[in-house]
Design a protein around this ligand. Sequence first.
Ligand SMILES: NC(=O)c1ccc[n+]([C@@H]2O[C@H](COP(=O)([O-])OP(=O)(O)OC[C@H]3O[C@@H](n4cnc5c(N)ncnc54)[C@H](O)[C@@H]3O)[C@@H](O)[C@H]2O)c1
Length: 487
Amino acid sequence: MRSISAAPMATKDIVFRVLKLKRFDAPTFDFPPEKSSMTISSAAGTSVDQLKTRIQQRQARVGIIGLGYVGLPLALLYSEQKFAVTGFDIDARKVDTLAKGGSYIYRIAAEEVQAAKKQGFTATSDYSQLTAMDAIIICVPTPLNEYHEPDLSYITDTTHSIAPYLRAGQLVVLESTTYPGTTEEVMIPILEKENKAGLKAAREQALTGQEFFVAFSPEREDPGNTTVARRDIPKVVGGLNPQASELAGALYGAIFNRTVPVSSPAAAEMTKLLENIYRCVNIALVNELKLLCLRMGIDIWEVIAATKPFGFHPFYPGPGLGGHCIPVDPFYLSWKAKEWDFRTRFIELAGEINTNMPYHVLSSVGSALNRYKKSVNGARVLVLGVAYKKDIDDLRESPSLTIIELLQKDGAQVSYHDPYFPFIGKGRKYNLQMKCAELKDLGQYDCVVIVTDHSDYDYPSIVQQAQLVVDTRNATRGIDSSKIVHC
Ligand SMILES: NC(=O)c1ccc[n+]([C@@H]2O[C@H](COP(=O)([O-])OP(=O)(O)OC[C@H]3O[C@@H](n4cnc5c(N)ncnc54)[C@H](O)[C@@H]3O)[C@@H](O)[C@H]2O)c1
């Protein structure tokens, strides 16, 4: 009942569906139907309807701020659908690469960027071009700071940069994952205070034509998952008022097969966090049970494989959480919850268990070497895979980085191999300056640690060549060898 099809909808359809949602106690829009865009002052009503029409006719200009793993594919999707897209990024190297028709994301071929350029796609660092946009979508990072608190500086910097170029009738959508309240409490006040024309975000009151529209719509892509096309992922949309929801629904309906309206930006912000917290907590659960199973001599992978196909969703243990989302996002909520005098205990417990996993890998390597009367100190160790999950080129928050650092700290001579990373330099939390080793003569290492189970690896050959293999991912399943230590 909660979904709205991609087909463009008349306002009365929106109102009808909203009313239906109310009857089912599903997310509701807190406004009387007679205040929809059909009954507002005619000038403003026209601008909402005009923008909807421009979107439906692919004449709307779409600006996407932040051309990373989320923003660039989104820009290409709009471009495929014949929209004129302008990408904005402060990283001049990215802008240059795109201007030359190149790509800096492994799974995006340069040809896709070139096809988009033919469709009018351009990239720039010049925010003044924002005024020409009809819709502005923000996809900038939302990391944690050194105290594990939300770092909203990318969102606030971006918002300060947008405000001077804002004009009436524009739609601004935030996609970055963040705590409930960010859109209304952080972003909108900056936009309202710093735009030059005294514009206000459109709320419940009748429109005057001096408003801009605001919505939140979380990105829910699953990197590396090739089984679900991006346009098949339902797109959650929470507008600040009905017209904003309507416009954002139309904007995303143009590239996604299904949009899911919720009653507010905060509900949309929370939806994304609920999903990521669910993953984080369930991964922590299997990680903890794996530790118990190892002690009891039970194979957790065998146990998970035997579970029932209903009422149970399998999650898999590993060397620790990685990526921009699962290790980070839950703490956005636990931080915000404190404002409400509330402790999110599941999140904190899950965080504690998952953060401990790289330390478990270190101790497993130590025990495995011990079998051969060797110590971590002085051992030659090859870490296989540094991406945070298999078959992707993303090492943000990867447990491999922590494992490498822990091994080095204990005196190991660490090398790594990853087909996606010829070099690991400096990141926000690491400075490794390591070059990818060749995947040969594996017998030279005292221990090979499989941290990322990339599909391209020939695991039987790795086991055959290595002296000792510590497997954190069950990548060597089916291989019978006393050299393998599961951890
Ligand atoms: N990567 C994923 O799979 C994924 C999935 C779901 C949600 N998200 C969320 O989406 C958001 C973006 O993530 P991402 O993975 O694309 O990040 P990213 O680091 O790959 O890309 C962000 C881009 O924003 C640019 N940027 C930073 N500040 C800017 C500014 N002031 N103006 C213009 N550009 C600026 C950066 O240069 C970078 O190119 C985050 O909130 C993340 O949590 C990411």
